[in-house]
Design a protein around this ligand. Structure first.
Ligand code: FAD
Length: 390
């Protein structure tokens, strides 16, 4: 491997949080690709939005806030075409934003690890672009025997190293889906899917589907599958906290943000967002409740080959060809493991976007910042702190 590149700041992730940080770093006159480098694993712009299902539209769940500086391009998510899939609109707007502000995101670059390098940090990433076959031959990848204990990885992916003074981790949660364990999971003969695997309702035509989860994704799946599935069961660990209004008001959202902030500041695992906000009843949702579709049963006790089963007072079963786990995500922090930031309480101690145990590290979009508006706030807050230390 050649000599590592040296920069002031590396930003991992080019979703709303990473782009927002980059925008403010540029406003402080740092130069992209010289002073700071952005790395993103995905093939194109759009952050996690590019991977979401096609029927998801902007504004179906919550408001999607504009990136700072987006008005300079004459763009706003508020006036975007809502007949188009959110994944297309967001990818298009983020792409134009990156170009306009000349952010030079390097992709598809997957960061595998961040380690200490004296007073600095060494970021190792792999280039996920397809490699020409000749390169692979020259590097002896064909005809080589793999030992069973070798870490499975793409042999073709060339490594790159960057040494940096500051790191902004803005990797979101999409790559770290969470599925809780329930007895019998392994015996299920049907399909287990997580929100991140969902493509289209049509994939479930004439099937019996169980949707697990008490948030807006689970509700969205129930509404989409109603006319397609042969049978539909909704279960949630907690009773749904329906709000008697159509949208989340600022008060509800700020209470949830405060809960997230409290957990982040004390290094605890982050609570589920919906447990802090409740679920607003849009007209579509209210109608779904009214016609008996959106009535969640308590969580089942076990899973069998073709059904989920309740015991005791609730004894019963529901047939299942597929179980959709809309059970949320966890922050994607695997590559930071060598830095040992994780506390015994299960989280990383973070306040104002800064990791309290390491002044070189910032987590953008973490905890109270895990929304498009929070990500924008993170950008300004983190860029200011970095500039003060440079
Ligand atoms: P992401 O958009 O996930 O971006 C992270 C980026 O980091 C990705 O591009 C990824 O490729 C990259 N990355 C990850 N790991 C690595 C690595 N190791 N190396 C290199 N790159 C890496 N919020 C709202 O405000 N309004 C909504 O309507 C809304 N709807 C949502 C709907 C769903 C289904 C979900 C799951 C979330 C929704 N959210 C919504 C929350 C939303 O995800 C955040 O608000 C915001 O988009 C997250 O931005 P981010 O930059 O933190 O993360």
């Amino acid at each position: 491997m050649s000599e590592p590149e040296r920069v002031k700041v590396v930003v991992i992730g080019a979703g709303q949080a990473g782009l927002s940080v980059a925008y403010y770093l540029r406003r402080f006159e740092l130069v992209a690709d010289e002073d700071f480098v952005m790395l993103d694993r995905a093939p194109g712009p759009g952050g996690a939005w590019q991977h979401r299902w096609s029927s998801l539209r902007l504004g179906t769940a919550h408001r999607v806030n504009d990136l700072p500086g987006m008005s300079e391009l004459g763009l706003s998510f508020d006036t975007a075409d809502r007949s188009l899939p959110a994944k297309e609109v967001v990818a298009d707007y983020y792409g134009r934003f990156e170009e306009h502000f000349d952010l030079r995101v390097r992709r598809p670059m997957n960061v595998r690890s961040v380690v200490n390098d004296g007073p600095d940090l060494r970021v190792t990433s792999e280039d996920l672009s397809p490699q020409p076959v000749e390169d692979l031959k020259a590097r002896g990848f064909f005809g080589r025997r793999r030992r069973t204990f070798e870490v499975p990885e793409t042999p073709a992916a060339p490594r790159h190293e960057i040494v940096t003074r500051f790191l902004v981790n803005a990797t979101g949660t999409w790559g770290s889906p969470f599925v809780p364990y329930y007895p019998g999971m392994g015996e299920f003969a049907g399909r287990h899917l997580h929100t991140s695997d969902y493509v289209a309702a049509e994939d479930f035509r004439d099937q019996h589907v169980v949707v697990v989860g008490g948030g807006t994704s689970a509700i969205g799946f129930m509404l989409e599958l109603e006319d397609v599935a042969a049978g539909l069961t909704w279960v949630s660990r907690r009773p749904i906290d329906w709000l008697d209004r159509q949208e989340l008001d600022l008060e509800g959202a700020s209470a949830a943000v405060a809960l997230q902030d409290e957990a982040a500041r004390s290094g605890r695992a982050l609570p589920s967002v919906v447990s802090g906000t409740g679920v607003p009843k849009s007209r579509r949702i209210a109608a779904g409740i009214e016609r008996g579709l959106l009535v969640a049963r308590p969580m089942f006790h076990r899973i069998e080959a073709d059904r989920v089963v309740w015991h005791g007072d609730m004894a019963g079963m529901a047939r299942a060809d597929a179980i959709i786990w809309a059970t949320g995500f966890r922050p994607e922090l695997r590559h930071l493991a060598p830095l040992k930031l994780r506390e015994k309480a299960g989280g990383v101690t973070v306040g104002q976007g800064a990791a309290w145990n390491d002044p070189r590290i910032f987590l953008a979009g973490y905890g109270p910042q895990a929304s498009t508006i929070g990500a924008n706030r993170a950008g300004r807050m983190i860029a200011r702190q970095i500039m003060a230390m440079l």
